[in-house]
Design a protein around this ligand. Structure first.
Ligand code: UD1
Length: 378
């Protein structure tokens, strides 16, 4: 009998991580892999387009939790995931990343008792094996909801798969048993490398009327940057200096769109190209072709590193330090002087060649599959 694994995805940054995992697990006769979509992100432009672009199979189970405060959204995920475990009785649950869906499903799994115990290399189990992919990342910023999600998810997971060498150090310092964590590389980069050739054919540059290396690309959605009107305005005023030098393409996340509308901030359309959120293939093309990327995202710091595009991160910290030590990322923070200094460096020609941190080679999902096969082999 194959071991049943429920793989969970809920929000945009999860989809590119779950895609290569579903592909390898579905091919492996040792596993019966099912996909659960929590519905944390539900807009076609934040969800469906990624399923289409990345050929992710249709979810087997949809929880349709929708938006809400952190408490009510996480609670809804918890409430709706428990009956799924009751029904499915899986031997393992796999979660990715650091969003509310990650911790919500992990907490249910870690307290769930199966009707039938089973045996694997971890011994006799009454609970499903809890697997976290992209474990060990730490920003050390407890004001960041994702940091809470990371720490809690790691602490209740049985198996931790790590993408950044700093993640290995963090888990070691936290006293996690070495038998629980594995350096496997970055599953999101598996997706990038598999999609790159096709993505480069995207027509998004001509659709937006911009030229290769002739624009800056901006994304902003962290609550700390967008929820406070004064902070958001200050940041956009600074980036307007960049816009006076070259056009800024700004795909706007729904959270940010709401704040822009509520605050009445206006951006000059002669210098700024605002768009709706953009699908995976088009966004990859836009990133690869940008002169510089300014962002407060986590994943984009990694994608720019592999694509060799200078990245200015608009945060005071990063949980992905390999993108600085080995990549193209600069942590500028949110202060005007620091952002403009980082931009001046890019203008002067700083960084640029594609970088590949260890194991960011397109084979991370295969490594995870191999380790799991060993653990579940009877
Ligand atoms: C979530 C993740 C964040 C991730 C980001 C990527 C957590 C704690 N945060 O933040 O780590 O980087 O996704 O996008 O899990 N909305 C829509 N349509 C949707 C989803 C949301 O319009 O499909 C709007 C809603 O008004 C919602 C707001 O966007 O209130 C924010 O969405 P939410 O899922 O709460 O958090 P994100 O900011 O997207």
């Amino acid at each position: 009998m194959p071991s049943k694994i429920l793989c969970v995805a809920g929000a945009r940054p999860n989809f590119m991580k779950i895609a290569p995992l579903m592909r390898v697990l579905r091919k492996n006769p040792a596993f019966d892999a099912k996909l659960v979509h929590t519905g944390q992100h539900y807009d076609a432009k934040l969800s469906q387009v990624f399923f289409e672009d990345l050929k992710i199979p249709r979810p087997d189970i949809e929880l349709e939790v929708g938006s809400g405060s952190h408490a009510s959204q996480t609670a809804e995920i918890i409430k709706r995931f428990e009956p799924v475990l009751e029904q499915e009785q899986p031997q393992a649950v796999l979660v990715v990343g650091d969003v509310n869906s990650t911790i919500g499903c992990a907490i249910v799994t870690s307290k769930f008792t199966l009707k039938q115990p089973f045996t694997c290399k971890l011994g006799e189990r009454r609970r499903p094996i809890m697997i976290h992919v992209e474990a060990g990342l730490r920003s050390f910023d407890w004001d960041m909801p994702e940091e809470i999600n990371r720490i809690l998810t790691d602490s209740i997971s049985d198996l931790l798969f790590v993408s950044d060498p700093a993640g290995m150090e963090n888990l070691k310092k936290e006293g996690v048993s070495e038998s629980r964590y594995f350096f496997v590389g970055n599953v999101m980069i598996d997706t990038l490398l598999a999609a790159k050739d096709q993505a480069m054919k995207s027509q998004i540059l001509s659709e937006l009327g911009v030229k290769e290396k002739g624009y800056a690309l901006l994304t902003l959605h962290r609550p700390s940057n967008v929820d406070d009107t004064a902070a958001l305005k200050a940041l956009l005023d600074t980036i307007d200096v960049v816009a006076k030098d070259q056009v800024v393409v700004f795909p706007v996340h729904p959270r940010t769109r709401g704040r822009l509308e509520a605050s009445g901030i206006k951006l000059d359309p002669a210098r700024w190209k605002l768009t709706d959120p953009i699908g995976y293939m088009d966004f990859l093309k836009l990133t690869a072709s940008a002169k510089v990327v300014l962002t407060d995202s986590g994943g984009i710091q990694e994608e720019t590193t592999v694509l060799g595009v200078p990245c200015i991160t608009l945060r005071e910290n990063t949980e992905r330090p390999v993108t600085i030590s080995e990549g193209t990322n600069v942590l500028a923070g949110t202060k005007r002087e620091a952002i403009l200094a980082a931009y001046a460096n890019v203008r002067a020609g700083a960084s640029g060649a594609p970088k590949t941190p260890r194991f960011w080679d397109g084979k991370s999902a295969e490594r995870i599959d191999e380790i799991l096969t060993g653990i579940f082999a009877s």
